[in-house]
Design a protein around this ligand. Structure first.
Ligand code: SAM
Length: 258
């Protein structure tokens, strides 16, 4: 299914931004990953873009995982969007009681023979908890399941729990914010995972940070340079934010404010 058609089908459904959806869609056409995994699907908007690209390449499947309790607020549900787009045959939807890390445990078990876990996925999109404990574990678990040469991308690079507290929230995806220390609230957990775990992992390279928010890495040993790219739309939003707040936005990997 072409990009414009899938975009029309899911018009107005959160969360993925059209420019990010375009990047993922084009990535799939270019790299043709066969087995894709998405951790955190919400309403399934990003899942539909991935499935549309897989249909376009003529091969590949997506497995996507979210929380069972989240089904309550996920209206429209992913099943509805998949029915609307006719892409359901390419997507396996999984829901776990507490976390996708438990789904990953089951996958590792299923792929293990004689103490060896046979990798399964070519591409993994992590867009879920944004939490150090959960997503650091998810990274190492996904690593066991990701084929050499495979790709991983994290959404929400600079997201912080402080942004939820500022909106008066006490809980995010089942995690109590009031229990957190100041630094845990204020530091972006995904950025920490990317910098301290993914980039330091000897098997990963080809780091790309897009719009200060999406972080890509490839499972191949190599150069540890990071490429920073900004779309025209993001540059505009950034300039507007900086004008409104009268200060520069913190770039990725910069030291934290005191
Ligand atoms: C931002 S939304 C995903 C958006 C979706 N990928 C898109 O772009 O359209 C994050 C999702 O992660 C799910 N989530 C958060 N923590 C999770 C966990 N530990 N295990 C499974 N799903 C989780 C939430 O229920 C939510 O649906």
């Amino acid at each position: 299914m072409d990009f414009a058609t899938v975009r029309r089908h899911i018009e107005g459904v959160p969360y993925i931004l059209p420019e990010m959806a375009r990047d993922v869609y084009d990535f799939i056409l270019r790299e043709t990953p066969q087995n894709c995994l998405e951790l955190g699907f919400a309403h399934g908007a990003s899942s539909c873009y991935i499935a549309a690209a897989l249909e376009e390449t003529g091969a590949g499947r997506l497995t996507c995982v979210d929380l069972l309790p989240a089904r309550e607020w996920q209206q429209p549900a992913i099943e509805e969007l998949l029915a609307r787009t006719g892409l359901g045959h390419l997507v396996q939807v999984e829901r776990e009681a507490t976390s996708y890390t438990w789904f990953l445990k089951k996958q590792i078990e299923a792929q293990t023979k004689n103490l060896h876990c046979e990798p399964l996925y070519d591409f993994c999109f992590i867009d879920g908890a944004k939490n150090w404990t959960i997503d650091s574990s998810a990274f190492f678990l996904v690593d066991k399941l990701l084929k050499p040469g495979g790709w991983i991308v994290f959404d929400d690079l600079q997201w912080t729990y402080a942004s939820k507290v500022a909106k008066g929230k006490r809980k995010s995806d089942g995690i109590y914010l009031l229990d957190m220390g100041e630094d845990e609230l204020n530091q972006p957990h995904i950025e920490l995972i990317f910098q301290l775990l993914v980039m330091q992992h000897p098997e990963y390279s080809h780091f790309l940070v897009k719009d200060n928010w999406w972080a890509w890495a490839r499972k191949v040993p190599g150069d540890k340079n990071v490429v920073f790219e900004m779309s025209a739309g993001y540059r505009q939003r950034l300039a507007a934010w900086e004008a409104e707040h009268q200060r520069r936005h913190r770039p990725p990997f910069a030291p934290f404010d005191d």
